[in-house]
Design a protein around this ligand. Structure first.
Ligand SMILES: [Zn+2]
Length: 338
């Protein structure tokens, strides 16, 4: 962990200096016009799936069931068939399961696996008990620790487990839950991410209108989701950590919170991806196989995104959050000082 963290930071600084020298006027502007489309899936169980009323997953987010794992694997196969890869985020307690060969295969096939903490902790929790339901039921796990210590340890353990059990590079950090302002209000958490070896995080989910629960989205709701895409573009915090936001609307917001039908979710996704392609911007699809396996069993959302990328010709391409972070690195800040 330490060696790799050091390596990452050195590489980051060296790479950023080169970027500062080369990037500002050449290539970047032209390259930035091509929309960057990411499909990211968080590997965790979701409350109310596969049936309404199920909440035991709150204590056991990483204990993926077979249907969820199969959906993740088939989604990866489909995206690969279209020439892309999926950026997965792993709640690392899944690595306590007896068989993790499916995750190793995903990595071997070129899909990326990022850190989504060990237990799915809320990184902005004020107390250890607020960080995760598991710690309310089993408070001895976090006794005597501050919230920040619990959070740091939960992220560190996830990286450790991924390195030991999977032996794959850790592709970034996504906070459980999204925050409207990302980590803007928490320089201490930005520093924590840097300290743990990350050069980028995915923590920002911009606010947007949702409409009434149980109602299909109105034109105003779709417009609000499209408008929110502007707030979901990668940027760097002053400390140099890069933010690669999630792009609305997430599957759990659409299906679990708003009770949309699949056709509504497809409409919103089509509009949001269409905006990104027209604007030459980025789009980071955020979904959960544990939710989609119930709400979208035939992979229509993922197939739709793949078709939109392909139909765009040269105007869009598949990307990963790693690649988006690379493009958003702060060239100025890392320029060598005389
Ligand atoms: Zn999550």
């Amino acid at each position: 962990m330490n060696a790799s963290a050091t390596f990452t930071r050195r590489t980051f600084l060296a790479g950023a200096a080169t970027l500062a020298a080369n990037a500002s006027l050449r290539g970047e502007a032209a390259a930035a016009k091509k929309a960057q489309i990411v499909i990211s899936l968080d590997l965790e169980m979701s409350r109310d799936y596969p049936r309404r009323g199920i909440s035991e997953w709150d204590f056991d987010k990483g204990n993926l069931d077979d249907a969820t794992k199969q959906y993740a694997v088939e989604a990866a196969r489909r995206v690969r068939a279209h020439g892309g890869e999926i950026h997965f985020f792993c709640v690392a307690r899944v690595l306590e399961q007896p068989d993790v060969a499916w995750l190793k295969r995903l990595a071997a096939e070129g899909h990326l696996l990022g850190n989504h903490t060990y237990d799915h902790v809320n990184v902005k929790a004020a107390t250890p008990e607020e960080a995760q339901f598991r710690f309310q039921r089993a408070p001895w796990l976090v006794r005597g620790k501050t919230a920040l210590e619990v959070i740091r340890e939960n992220i560190r353990l996830a990286s450790l487990a991924m390195q030991e059990r999977l032996g794959v590079p850790i592709a970034g950090f996504r906070t459980p839950g999204g925050f409207g302002d990302g980590l803007t209000d928490r320089p201490d958490l930005q520093q924590l991410a840097l300290d743990l070896g990350f050069t980028w995080v995915s923590s920002l989910y911009p606010p947007h209108e949702r409409g009434a629960v149980g109602e299909p989205p109105t034109a105003a709701v779709i417009d609000s989701i499209v408008a929110a895409q502007k707030a979901a573009q990668p940027f760097a915090y002053p400390c140099g950590l890069v933010e690669v936001p999630m792009s609305p609307i997430s599957d759990v917001t659409a299906f679990r919170s708003q009770r949309w039908k699949l056709s509504d979710f497809l409409t919103a996704t089509r509009a949001a991806v269409g905006w990104a392609i027209d604007a030459g911007a980025t789009f980071d699809f955020l979904a959960h196989p544990s939710c989609l396996v119930v709400e979208d069993p035939n992979f229509e959302a993922i197939e739709l995104i793949c078709r939109l990328v392909q139909a765009s010709g040269d105007r869009a391409e598949f990307s990963t959050l790693d690649q988006l972070a690379q493009r958003a690195r702060p060239a100025l800040r890392a320029a060598p000082t005389p």
